[in-house]
Every structure is written in structure tokens, then in C-alpha cells.
Design a protein around this ligand. Structure first.
Ligand code: ATP
Length: 303
């Protein structure tokens, strides 16, 4: 991997008898867009709190650009821009004035940087308008602008496309891609699987505080597609299909549908027809991150 910007080792957080985060390990390379996925309560916010030195880890460590981060040792956070939760802009001030206020807090002087950032997030023409007239997508881009003021090497974003319409999501996605191409590393948490699939190079899937899958998005999705057959007695058909040579799994997935992996759709149909079972429909279930996620988190819940 290229230069490692964020490294997390054995990160664990326990609150009395609740383990919010358990033994999380991951590395994020320079210029990557890394997705941190998980259902509600899986430990994303707690992990981000530890990455940002806001929460004490029970065990393990966070390193940014090779330097350890803890609540007492937050020097490396100078290189980090974060966008978390509600934005809290002053609605009767313009976008530019809001950024100016933020810039002063960060000790950045001069309007030059504000103009640059407004252009970077595509808000240059709207910079003079009151924030109260902004769409959700514009507010989100302004918040990203705020996180970019200090030219961070690492951007940490909590649900950056939350509440956005498809056009707003696309704007944010394009902006993140441009930033990453310019060498900014992006670490984002999300439950918007479809979005993550489109934006991220790599993902970690978190469930009950534990990473249950991690890797390159394309690789994680590189699995054989399943054939879905709709039959009158799905349980019986699934049991029979498990005897077909090459079948790796045959499960009733919903209603009368059986998902069969490991053999071609033709083999499935021929096998069933031979046994007097005529499927009323046959389709292919392409693996996407959403179904992979459901499968992984369901396994976690079952165990
Ligand atoms: P969401 O998407 O809903 O924000 P999340 O993935 O960010 O969820 P966390 O907020 O990190 O999850 O919570 C992980 C677990 O730790 C949950 O069971 C939560 O109830 C618990 N938890 C979080 N903070 C505390 C705390 N201060 N005290 C006790 N338990 C906590």
C-alpha cells in the first residue's frame, strides 16, 4: 500500500458491560476513500470518537501519519478535517461569512483561502447568499468546505451524504473523488451501502463492534452470482438442489424463491425440470454490497 495515513490496531472500547468496539484493525492509504459501514449501534461513532482523540480507548491504538493519537496527545489532528453530525451554521449569514467565522477560529486569516474553498466545493456563485436559502446538498458542501479550510491530509466524515437527494449525493461523491485524486485521504462512515459502493475504494463492515469484512470493494463483490428460482415448494426444492454436484449453497431466501450458487442457471433449471419441478421464474441475483452486507450482518446476528 502507499503511505499509510490512518492506522488502527486492536482498537477496543468497553463501557462497563457493553463492548462498543472490539479489536478493530485497519489501515488507510494516502488518497484512498475508505468506507466504514455498519448498522445502527455497530460502533462507528465510538470508533470515530477514538480516531479524533475525543474518547479514551480501553485498548489498542490509533496512528495518523505514523503518530499516536489519544485524548492527551492530539498533535496529529492538525492534519485532519472532520465533519460530524449537525453543522450549526448561522442561517442569516452567507456561506462565505460562515466560513470566515470558522477560519478565524482556526487562526486562518485572509479571504483568499475562503474563496479557494468555496470554489473547491462548487459554492463560489452561492457564497454571498444566506445559508438559510441553501439546499441540504449546498449545506453539506459548505460543511465539507469548513473541514477543508486547513488543507487536511485526512478527512473524517460521519454520514456525508445523509439526507441528500440523488443530485446532492452525486455532488458530494464527485467532490470526494476530486479531493482523493489530489491526494487527500477520506475516511467516511455510512449506512448508505449503495453510495459507499460507488464512492469507496475500500470498506470495513462493522457489526456489534467487530469488523466482519474488510477489503477492496471490487474484490469483496467478486463472488459468483446466485440463480434465483421461484418454485411451488421451495424447501423441498432447496433440499434436492443441495444434492446437485457443484452446488455450494441452496437456500430459501424469500417467499417461494430459492437462491442457488455454484452452478449455472441452466443446470439448476434442467435439474428441477428432470424432477418434475417447473420454476415459474428464473433470475440472477448479482451480488452488490447491500446483499453482501445483509448476509454478513445476518450471520453475526445468528451467531
Ligand atoms: P449509529 O449509527 O446509531 O450512530 P454507531 O454504529 O455509531 O451507531 P455507536 O454509537 O458507536 O454505534 O454505539 C455502539 C454501542 O456502544 C451501542 O450499543 C451503544 O449503545 C454503546 N454506547 C455508545 N456510547 C456509549 C456510552 N457513552 N455509554 C454506554 N454505552 C455506549
Amino acid at each position: 500500500m502507499s503511505e499509510i495515513v490512518l492506522e488502527i490496531r486492536q482498537l477496543t472500547k468497553r463501557y462497563k458491560d457493553i463492548t462498543a468496539v472490539s479489536d478493530v484493525n485497519l489501515s488507510v492509504g494516502r488518497g484512498q476513500i475508505y468506507g466504514f459501514l455498519g448498522p445502527n449501534g455497530s460502533g462507528k461513532t465510538t470508533s470515530i470518537g477514538m480516531i479524533l482523540g475525543l474518547i479514551h480507548a480501553t485498548r489498542g491504538e490509533v496512528r495518523i501519519m505514523g503518530e499516536a493519537v489519544t485524548p492527551r496527545q492530539n498533535g496529529p489532528l492538525n492534519q485532519v478535517g472532520a465533519m460530524l453530525g449537525q453543522h450549526g451554521f448561522v442561517p442569516y449569514l452567507s456561506g462565505e461569512e460562515n466560513l470566515l467565522m470558522l477560519a478565524r477560529i482556526h487562526g486562518i486569516v485572509g479571504k483568499g483561502r475562503i474563496k479557494e474553498v468555496l470554489a473547491q466545493v462548487g459554492l463560489e456563485p452561492a457564497g454571498q447568499r444566506k445559508v438559510s436559502s441553501y439546499s441540504m446538498g449546498m449545506k453539506q458542501r459548505l460543511a465539507l468546505g469548513g473541514a477543508l479550510l486547513d488543507r487536511p491530509k485526512l478527512l473524517i466524515l460521519d454520514e456525508p451524504t445523509n439526507g441528500l437527494d440523488p443530485a446532492g449525493m452525486r455532488e458530494v461523491r464527485n467532490l470526494l473523488r476530486t479531493l482523493a485524486d489530489d491526494g487527500t485521504t477520506v475516511f467516511l462512515s455510512s449506512h448508505m451501502l449503495h453510495e459507499v459502493e460507488q464512492i469507496c475504494d475500500r470498506v470495513a463492515v462493522l457489526n456489534h463492534g467487530t469488523v466482519v469484512a474488510e477489503g477492496n470493494v471490487a474484490k469483496l463483490l467478486e463472488r459468483p452470482a446466485a440463480t434465483l428460482v421461484r418454485v411451488p415448494s421451495p424447501e423441498i426444492a432447496a433440499t434436492m438442489l443441495r444434492d446437485l454436484e457443484g452446488v455450494s449453497s441452496a437456500e430459501v431466501v424469500q417467499g417461494n424463491d430459492v437462491a442457488v450458487s455454484g452452478v449455472s442457471a441452466e443446470e439448476v433449471v434442467a435439474f428441477l425440470v428432470d424432477r418434475g419441478i417447473i420454476p415459474s421464474s428464473v433470475s440472477t441475483d448479482q451480488t452488490d454490497l447491500e446483499s453482501l452486507f445483509m448476509e454478513i450482518t445476518k450471520k453475526g446476528a445468528d451467531s
